[in-house]
Design a protein. Sequence first.
Length: 363
Amino acid sequence: MARRRQNAGLARRRRAIDTLDAGIQKLLTRRAEHAQAIAGVKQGGKDGSVYRPEREAQILHKVKARNRGPLRDENLTRIYREIVSSCRALEQDLSVAFLGPEGTFTEEAALKHFGHAVTALPLAAIDEVFREVESGNAAYGVVPIENSTEGVINHTLDMFMVSSLKICGEVELPIHHHLLGRRARSRRVKRVVSHQQSLAQCREWLDANLPGVERVAVSSNAEAARLASRSAGLLAIAGESAARRYGLTSLAVNIEDRPDNATRFLVIGRQAAAPSGNDKTTLMLSGRNRPGALSRLLAPLARRKINMTRIESRPSRASRWEYVFFIDLDGHIKSRKLALALADLEKEAAFMKWLGSYPKAIG
């Protein structure tokens, strides 16, 4: 009798889920129809104009604000990113270049941000991603900018010195490294291969667990996984996506030295983003060659109570021993408060370049 009641209860719940699924599908169809209608109004070209970073950020913030459980915020936002991605694809096929090859964390970041309904273009180097977007062969690009353990990616910063592209979004991705191999670890293993940043992020674990194994830096984690898939004598450090792509076994998981290890990526494009209500602005600037130059440079921000969240320096290409600064600020350039602060800052700076205002990363 109890088993019969249990089975009846399960059947009732499943019928309710089937009914809900049918209703959800109808609503998704209606949403897609509205997206198609918007495409007809826009009559957009191939410039990526269907991607509105501020609008998509607002949608995801509303999703999180409405959430009362039991689904976690990150699960709901992942679902909605794919809904938005699929509807966006009805308006226009969006091409997104990223630092490849396939299976890298940068690909994972690109798909997290844009969803899977895009044409993903893996490229071999950061400067190639910039060039592909500048030429119009890709609507947007995704490049790494900093890691919470190992710091800034200098190559990305240097590209902004010569590029006209704007930052129109950012992605924060938790980074979990796995030790991958073709089979269970054997004594024949002589090398561990990975990108130099990943080797650095797993240094303590490698010292403790593989002290006698040579470490070899390669161009990417995905390339490390590809090499390990072809040789029983190699182990790779890479992520889950690389393991799946190259058919490798995870011999040890989450071997990064810091459990909060994360990498920040930037979305670059030819169009600027409109205000979303929760934005960040990035500038490149240099001060005049005089005592107290940096404090003078930042004084307008303090006077206007603008929060600076990051500052990095890089050697200037103009002359030896001179530097440019990259700074991140809270706010959008179209806000009156920030616009006034930047007007004051431009008077003090020897050089200032606005790299973009864009929605802050959403988990």
